[in-house]
Ligand binder design. Structure first.
Ligand SMILES: [Zn+2]
Length: 407
């Protein structure tokens, strides 16, 4: 791998409000050695590096993106439930490899997977770590639901406190990175109720207590307000969706939102375009279900804005793998998050880099600074000035290796 010097018109560290002009990033193997201004490089600099890539004044280098919510084995088809239940492990594995490839080429260098069976997710994670398989780093979950509950096809089913503790322990024994709790039902799984809790508060607390004891963070899928409430009580690390869903639609819960902010729980909003990508496609047949998704998406954008205003730390994840959400879609979904929720480009980029790394408890990720991992994305233009530029991928570097060559 050796040493590599990358020069670009703008370098964004994943933390600041704007990029450094005429910057550079120097890599030593799989680690960032230096970040700074080209003006501070000596005249003999180029000769000291084994490789020099000059992306020109129009390009921006930033940390590789972190997609905080994915399902690697899902199809992204119209009926994900049908696919998930009927696919064999072999087909799932082929899909995982393809999804990881698409993800990496779009500039995502880390995915947090929120529901792929550990016997599939862990060998893939380890193969990426060993360099056997090109892909983003995988932060893999061990998922837990109630019997027949949301995502039962990719989770351990438990129904009481004792079996909850056992499931957390068994997942930790297998080597998962974090515990994913399905604290309410979900739209993907027929027969579940999105509005109601799937676990009691005591069961949720048992899960987080065990996870904490075993050094694992926790993530809780929560649409209905009772699930959000239990997730706060149990002090999970992240709440996924956090939709405050009620029978009358999305409700706003001022006190609960304040509690989420005060307790330092991160919210992964899972804003994604989904069928919205086909809005200008005359051949696409919008069903009532699709229209409903788009209406709820609008409401959830407003809710996400209010959570941010309340001081909740947001992380970006697009639920890649669910219906109409592909693994190359993440940059485009960041654009929607900025425009739909009214966030600045820097806010959105931080939620997919440095803040995401914080939520993962992985300080070596998500920031361009000496000593951090050499995971980078280069795009044409400057996404801090125009967030659309985040989709103009020019180069991707993962662990110091150029995996998508400069174009
Ligand atoms: Zn999900």
């Amino acid at each position: 791998m050796g040493t590599l010097l990358i020069r670009a018109g703008h370098v964004y560290d994943g933390v600041a409000d704007r990029a450094t002009e005429k910057g550079f990033v120097a890599l030593d193997g799989d680690t960032i050695a230096a970040v700074g201004r080209q003006a501070d490089l000596g005249s003999d600099t180029a000769a000291r590096y084994e490789q020099v890539i000059d992306l020109g004044d129009g390009a921006t280098v930033l940390p590789g993106l972190i997609n905080m919510h994915t399902h690697m084995s899902f199809t992204g088809g119209d009926n994900v439930f049908h696919d998930a239940v009927n696919d064999t492990d072999t087909v799932r594995m082929i899909r995982i490899v393809e999804n990881l490839r698409a993800s990496l080429l779009s500039g995502v260098t880390t995915v947090r997977d929120c529901g792929t069976l550990p016997h599939l997710a862990l060998p893939v994670r380890d193969s990426v770590e060993r360099g056997l398989l090109p892909g983003p780093r995988i932060v893999a979950s061990g998922a837990i639901t109630s019997t027949g509950g949301h995502c039962f096809y990719c989770a351990t089913e438990v129904d009481d406190e004792a079996s909850m503790r056992k499931a957390v322990r068994a997942h930790a024994k297998r080597g998962v990175d974090f515990i994913k709790l399905f604290s309410t039902g979900g739209n993907l799984t027929p027969g579940t109720n999105s509005l109601e809790a799937q676990f009691t508060e005591r069961e949720m607390c048992a899960a987080t207590e065990e996870a904490r004891r075993l050094g694992r963070r926790t993530s809780s899928h929560a649409h209905g307000t009772p699930g959000v409430r239990n997730s706060i009580k149990a002090r999970v690390t992240t709440i996924e969706h956090c939709s405050f869903q009620t029978a009358k639609g999305i409700g706003w819960e001022e006190d609960l939102a304040a509690e989420v902010a005060d307790s330092g729980i991160f919210v992964c909003h899972t804003i994604f375009r989904g069928v919205g990508k086909h809005a200008n496609d005359p051949g696409f047949d919008f069903t009532a279900n699709h229209e409903r998704y788009l209406a709820v998406l609008k409401e959830r954008q407003g809710l996400t804005r209010r959570l941010a205003d309340k001081g909740v730390r947001l992380v970006a994840g697009n639920d890649a793998g669910v219906s109409y959400c592909g693994f190359a879609d993440f940059p485009g979904d960041l654009v929607l998050t900025a425009e739909g929720c009214g966030f600045s480009a820097a806010e959105v980029l931080r939620s997919a880099t440095s803040v995401a790394a914080d939520a993962l408890g992985r300080p070596e990720l998500g920031v361009l600074a000496p000593g951090k991992v050499a995971d980078l994305l280069a795009v044409e233009g400057n996404p801090l000035a125009d967030i659309h530029d985040i989709e103009r991928t020019r180069m991707v570097v993962a662990r110091g290796k150029v995996v998508r060559a400069a174009a």
